[in-house]
Design a protein around this ligand. Structure first.
Ligand code: ATP
Length: 356
């Protein structure tokens, strides 16, 4: 389904109990997910967890071993109702951009418009090129372009036919850090502007947080947690999910009378049962340093200036590792200083041990 003018007509996309096997490897196990029309979703997870496989199933270049892929509520993946990739109205951006080296920017974008008549293909291609800010480079060839520009050509080619669904596989992984920031924000704006239902595959939580309405965290072929970036960051449902979004200081301990005693404090154990082995996760940016005499006493072992924040490693009596704090200090503590360490209890997460 394609919009006739302006924005795409976004499609609802669904996965219903999708399992995908490749020989002995189970790439996806009973994955179910519903994506609203116009929603931007990030598939987040480590290498090999099945993100790309899920994307390929949506595109129709892979057929599920079992389960269904749904577009606008219709089964497009079963043998009797299979819809071919080019009939799905789905745009694709590959990790390596897959541009044709012997075609100009304009010709690359036009390639996505086969089936359009000559004049409207030309006009549509130029409009898409202008939209990603490359109007001046429409006659250039891919080797003449920077990585960021090549990424924008790939994006222009994908959005030119106004697909209802846009699928992007690691679209920022070939960009250096500075460029990545810019391109990521531009892409986020463009996705909202085109209105297409979008899936972005990434292993970078920051990509996911910046660009997606909802994040789908995956692990070993399964969905671990689905939510907004804020929900996953603040309320991770497992130690695995928590670690994905933050470098905690983790301290093991046992639950006694509803709380876990650690060398840096006593923290409520939540739902964990009496006697359970627990992992207490302390967020570096939750820690406040106060003048000595208040709170938990500690000493600054190292302080590293990192611009907006300082990284401070703290020694605490009875704790055999340094406690990491990330604080805005503007130079007020120095190495060797004695300080008070305030760890707000409601910022601390507690999970069952072994839940990795
Ligand atoms: P990456 O970030 O490395 O691309 P991913 O999360 O996208 O990883 P997938 O590419 O979906 O993961 O792969 C999931 C699993 O399925 C991996 O173990 C992979 O080796 C396997 N796999 C994927 N495609 C095939 C295939 N065509 N044949 C055999 N095994 C495959």
């Amino acid at each position: 389904r394609r919009g006739t003018a302006g924005a795409a007509i976004p499609m609802a996309l669904g996965f219903d109990q999708v399992t995908q096997r490749f020989g002995d490897v189970t790439a996806l196990s009973e994955v179910s997910l519903s994506i609203e029309p116009g929603e931007v979703v990030a598939l987040l997870g480590q290498s090999g967890c099945g993100k790309t496989t899920l994307l390929r199933l949506a595109a129709g270049v892979e057929r599920p071993s079992s389960g269904r892929v749904l577009l606008e509520g219709s089964d497009v993946s079963s043998p009797q109702s299979f819809v071919e990739p080019e009939q799905r109205g789905v745009g694709l951006v590959f990790q390596d951009y897959a541009l044709f080296p012997h075609l100009s920017v304009r010709e690359n974008v036009r390639f996505g418009l086969r089936g359009y008549d000559e004049t409207s293909a030309e006009a549509t291609a130029l409009r898409a090129i202008a939209r990603v800010g490359l109007a001046d480079l429409s006659e250039a060839y891919p080797h003449m372009l920077s990585g960021g520009e090549q990424q924008r050509v790939a994006l222009a080619r994908a959005i030119a036919p106004r697909p209802g669904v846009l699928l992007m596989d690691e679209p920022f992984s070939n960009l250096d850090r500075r460029l990545r920031d810019v391109v990521r924000d531009e892409t986020a704006a463009l996705l909202k502007e085109t209105g297409a239902t979008s899936i972005i595959v990434t292993h970078d939580p920051e990509d996911a947080m910046r660009i997606a309405d909802r994040i789908v965290l995956m692990r070993a072929g399964r969905i671990v947690q689905v939510g907004t970036g804020e929900q996953l960051y603040r309320q991770p449902n497992s130690l695995f999910a928590a670690r994905f979004f933050c470098d905690f200081t983790e301290i093991e301990g046992r639950v006694l009378r509803g709380a876990v005693d650690t060398p840096v404090g006593r923290f409520p154990a939540g739902d964990l049962g009496e006697g359970a082995q627990a992992v207490v996760c302390i967020r570096p940016q939750a820690i406040r340093l106060t003048p000595k005499g208040f709170c938990l006493p500690g000493r600054v072992v190292t302080r590293r200036f990192l611009g907006e924040v300082d990284h401070v490693l703290l020694a605490v009596s009875g704790f055999d590792r340094p406690l990491l704090a990330r604080v805005s200090l503007t130079g007020s503590v120095r190495e060797g200083d004695d300080v008070g360490i305030d760890i707000p209890t409601d910022e601390v997460l507690v999970f069952p041990a072994g839940d990795t």
